[in-house]
Ligand binder design. Structure first.
Ligand code: NAD
Length: 492
């Protein structure tokens, strides 16, 4: 079994507790790595190091162009090691090698893009309404950033945060999920090779209470950027509010994937399957509510079932596997519970409905692709995020009905609209309350385009050039070039 160390102040170190916990491979359900069990003591050392790196020394005095060059170099190193890092992710989270290799090949773009943006952060000269002043703005980094990531795509979701934070001039302490820490511990070594000074990037591993909480509450942490469940996000937001910290939160979803009768149904069937069964449904933007127009309901369901039945399950490390295991044992149990809940609520089971007993699934945490029909949007499986291979199909009559059902959710992350009517595509994309609307497509993301949630799906945006602002604060500077203080007792 491989034993990992944490990375603090430019050094690989053992945890203060001198304890390690096991990380499991969801395909074999066996432990494969030992992860350092961090505590508040490690958090404090890491945050102090990040604060020192932010305040003095080479990082703080570097030009923005030099910071950008380091990010570029890091991107090159990730590209070099993409296969190795992808394999570690698969071993830890059970997602398909085809997907993780694709992610790792794509991740360098975040570091190139935000590296390029580093020296284009500019303030403005403001032509004031008051005579005798020269007024301008500076965009300054907020300080030490806590980067807290979930288990589904640790390095990709980390890149969405780390790249803009470093480009802005911040320093970071990363806390990966306790279920999937290995890839981050391996990845962080590349920062040293790229030439980042010690303390700029640190990783403390461990559990939410023992590491996440002290990190959020540490007085020298000025910003928390988090991806994970809405329950944890709410807790972090409350803690952060006590100390007026900056926060961005990417939380869950219950995204509607809406198919109109006028859509290209072949494309829409593919989109519905990829929306929920790709990544075994373990993605925040899963199209977990499939809304079908009445007139095509039966024929669409038939085609959907025909395609879903062909899913090849098994070893996620095999290039041709299509549905892998669920990442964690608690998540496996949670998905099975939701299947029972759906049955109890009277939804009609159309496919799957339990653990997989296919021989190629071995002892892994596999659940059959599961589809429920005739779901009412008020049922719990239509309102609560399952985060697994479970699709709920809901009927709608017309456009107004589709909008009403789609928006009848406390979440608002992704959404899909399948139609061949361009005017309808525009209308729907205006009316849906969600951060992303994909028309005749699903689950597309880019480092260039904003990503984030409406409603309970989150606060702030990642990706796209404005994401860098999440790590900056604006200073307004007033130079008196001749203004006269007429009456010192009156504010002008
Ligand atoms: P989680 O909220 O349990 O954990 C996320 C991270 O927060 C982990 O690193 C965890 O250790 C940490 N954490 C837990 N308690 C904490 C605390 N009190 N203070 C600080 N940190 C704490 O989520 P998860 O189980 O890792 O991930 C699955 C969930 O994440 C899903 O339910 C899904 O909705 C959500 N998710 C959202 C997105 C998105 O982009 N919106 C992406 C992936 C996952």
């Amino acid at each position: 079994m491989q034993r990992y160390q944490m990375y603090i102040d430019g050094r690989s170190v053992d945890p203060a507790s001198n304890r390690w916990f096991e990380s499991y491979n969801p395909y074999t359900s066996e432990p494969w790595a030992e992860i350092p069990e961090g505590t508040a003591a490690d958090v404090d050392i890491a945050v102090q190091a990040a604060h020192k790196a932010f305040s003095e020394g080479p990082w703080a005095t570097m030009t923005a162009s030099q910071r950008g060059m380091l990010l570029h170099r890091l991107g090159d190193l990730i590209a070099r090691d993409a296969r190795k890092l992808a394999e570690i992710e698969v071993r830890d989270n059970g997602k398909l090698i085809a997907e993780m290799q694709g992610q790792l090949n794509y991740i360098p773009q975040w570091y190139y893009y935000f590296g390029g943006a580093a020296d284009k952060i500019q303030g403005a000269v403001i032509p004031l309404d008051k005579k005798g002043y020269f007024n301008f703005t500076r965009h300054e980094p907020v300080g030490v950033v806590a980067v807290i990531t979930p288990w589904n795509s640790p390095l990709l979701l980390g890149a969405w945060k780390i790249a803009p934070a470093l480009a802005a001039g911040c320093t970071v302490v990363i806390k990966p999920s306790e279920f999937t820490s290995a890839s981050t511990l391996e990845f962080v070594k590349l920062f040293e090779e790229a030439g980042f000074p010690p303390g700029v990037v640190n990783v403390v591993t461990g559990f939410g209470k023992e590491v996440g909480s002290p990190l959020v509450e540490h007085p020298l942490v000025k910003k928390i950027t988090f991806t994970g469940s809405d329950a944890t996000g709410r807790h972090i937001n409350e803690q952060a509010a006590k100390h007026f910290k900056h926060v961005s939160l990417e939380l869950g979803g219950k995204s509607p994937n809406i198919v109109f009768a006028d859509a290209n149904l072949d494309d829409a069937v593919n989109g519905a399957v990829s929306g929920i069964f790709a990544a075994t449904g373990q993605t925040c933007i899963a199209g977990s509510r499939l809304l079908l127009q009445d007139s095509i309901y039966d024929s669409f369901v038939e085609r959907l079932l025909a395609l879903a039945r062909t899913a090849r399950m098994g070893d996620p490390m095999q290039a041709d596997t299509q549905v892998g295991p669920v990442t964690t044992q608690p998540q496996y149990k949670k998905v099975l519970e939701y299947i029972d809940i759906a049955r109890g609520e009277g939804a009609k089971l159309l496919l799957g409905g339990g653990p997989s007993n296919r021989k190629e699934c071995g002892k892994g945490w596999f659940i059959e692709p599961t589809i429920f029909g005739e779901v009412d949007n008020q049922m719990r499986i239509a309102q609560e995020e399952v985060f697994g291979p479970l699709l709920s199909i809901i009927r709608f009559k017309d456009e107004d009905d589709a909008v009403r059902i789609a928006n009848d959710s406390r979440f608002g992350l992704g959404s899909g609209v399948w139609t061949s009517d361009i005017a309808r595509a525009f209308r729907m994309s205006e009316r849906i309350q969600a951060g992303m609307v994909w028309v005749n497509s699903y689950r597309a993301v880019s480092y260039m385009s904003p990503f984030g949630g409406y409603k309970d799906s989150g606060i702030g945006r990642e990706n796209g050039i404005d994401a860098i602002r999440e790590y900056l604060q604006v200073k307004s500077i007033w130079i008196n070039s001749g203004a006269v203080t007429a009456n010192p007792f009156v504010l002008r």
